[in-house]
Design a protein around this ligand. Structure first.
Ligand code: PGA
Ligand code: ZN
Length: 417
């Protein structure tokens, strides 16, 4: 039997230049594997806790040395000598070792890094690709995900004037990974040309999508539709639109602020905001809306789900935070029909897989997601393939922390031909 011999972590930088952990697990046969932990900006209130040092003399308080100490001084002694192939048991041990409901003692960043590095080490010792090791844990068929590619960034991910956080294209008319990614890239470049011609900024936001100063959410969608056509594709049939409103960002004192970032906010209530979302779906080929409403507006979510749930994919991110308790509440209340899956919202691989199982058993669609603060780690590409997740959201067609996931999917596709 292989045993865990050592676990070490170092501070590395994420795509925003903020520190995060890279964790390396070494087994007694000399095999070692690492994993890096991502970090969100528009985080849900009920996410597992990302432990930061709060020491203002380093990285403006954002260092992760405490989390590293937790890995090396608390987690290592507990896991040393254990069989790495027992992922479920080891993840439970990590959960128990922390002992809090939101992993605030050891830090979800410390715990997740260990959990993922163990899975990678196991793929190596079982001589499997990571996706097929995950498939063995999850007991599903393998499949390639439909990507939702974020080509205009707004909200908390840019300093432009757009309120919605993500405007994504979905290459629904294409079945291979390489065609989906090629089409995405062509539309991305066609949009770049259009924005440049209009003398709008072609700098990008946190997830590699353009972040021009536009007048409204509608204008962003209109530019994307034009870019799809200019690239030679049919909007709707070949390339559809998906949104992440990340509505908690513009929800204040029970009301939704329209045009918050334009500096001329108008306050509307939940029902009025739902009318607005419905009108967008009538006007544009929108097939998916994530976080259309605030993370605590369960009543609003019920109304929205009633009105749009049969026609549009309604994705719960901040409202579910990859947590089976919140997802179960959503299932019971008929809220949303789909869940965004982010490993670091819950903190271990096993819990993530359990949430996905619950979603699948209840016919909720699953979308594996990156965070706005990412690294070059490509774990989520394998996770999407190995769990038959169906969809992946991993940003724009630029910036290596985004394209590394697409490139991993292309590599998996090539090797499986
Ligand atoms: P975050 O954004 O990583 O900043 O939370 C991603 C999302 O909201 O889907
Ligand atoms: Zn989101």
């Amino acid at each position: 039997m292989n045993k865990i011999k050592d676990i070490r972590a170092i501070e590395v930088l994420d795509s925003r230049g903020t520190p995060t952990l890279s964790v390396t697990v070494t087994l007694d046969n000399g095999v070692s594997a690492s994993a890096m932990v991502p970090s969100g900006a528009s985080t849900g209130a009920h996410e597992a806790v990302e432990l930061r040092d709060q020491d203002p003399s380093r990285y403006f308080g954002k260092g992760v040395l405490k989390a590293i100490t937790n890995v090396e001084e608390i987690i290592l002694p507990a896991l040393k000598g254990k069989n790495p192939l027992e992922q479920t048991k080891l993840d439970q041990l990590l959960i128990d070792l922390d002992g809090t409901p939101n992993k605030s003692k050891l830090g979800a960043n410390a715990i997740l890094g260990v959990s993922l590095a163990i899975a990678r080490a196991c793929a190596l010792i079982t001589k499997k690709e990571l996706y097929s090791y995950i498939q063995e844990l999850f007991k599903e068929i393998l499949s390639f995900p439909m990507p939702m590619m974020n080509i205009i960034n707004g909200g908390a991910h840019s300093d432009n004037t757009i309120d919605f956080q993500e405007f994504m294209i979905v290459p629904v008319g294409f079945s291979s990974m390489h065609d989906r990614i090629r089409v995405g890239s062509e539309v991305f470049h066609s949009l770049k040309k259009l924005l440049h011609e209009k003398k709008l900024s072609i700098s990008v936001g946190d997830e590699g999508g353009f972040a021009p100063h536009l007048k409204s959410n509608e204008e962003a969608i209109e530019y994307i539709l034009l870019a799809i056509e200019k690239a030679g594709y049919k909007p709707k049939e070949e390339v559809a639109i998906a949104l992440d409103c990340a509505a908690s960002f513009f929800f204040e004192d029970g009301l939704y602020l329209t045009q918050k970032k334009m500096g001329s906010p108008k306050k509307v209530n939940s029902l009025e905001y739902i009318n607005y979302l419905v009108s967008l779906t009538e006007k544009f080929p929108i097939i998916s809306i994530e976080d259309g409403l605030d993370e605590n507006d369960w009543e609003g979510w019920q109304v929205l789900s009633n009105r749009l749930g049969k026609k549009v994919q309604l994705v719960g991110d901040d409202i579910f935070v990859t947590n089976p308790l919140f997802l179960q509440k959503g299932i019971d209340l008929n809220v949303a029909n789909s869940i965004l899956i982010k490993l670091n919202q819950i903190g271990t691989l096993t819990e993530t897989l359990n949430t996905m199982k619950l979603a699948k058993e209840n016919n909720y669609k699953t979308i594996i997601s990156h965070r706005s603060g990412e690294t070059e780690d490509t774990f989520i590409a394998d996770l999407a393939v190995g769990t038959n997740a169906g969809q992946i959201k991993t940003g724009s067609l630029s910036r290596s922390e985004r394209t590394s996931k697409y490139n991993r999917l292309l590599t998996i596709e090539q090797s499986s031909r």
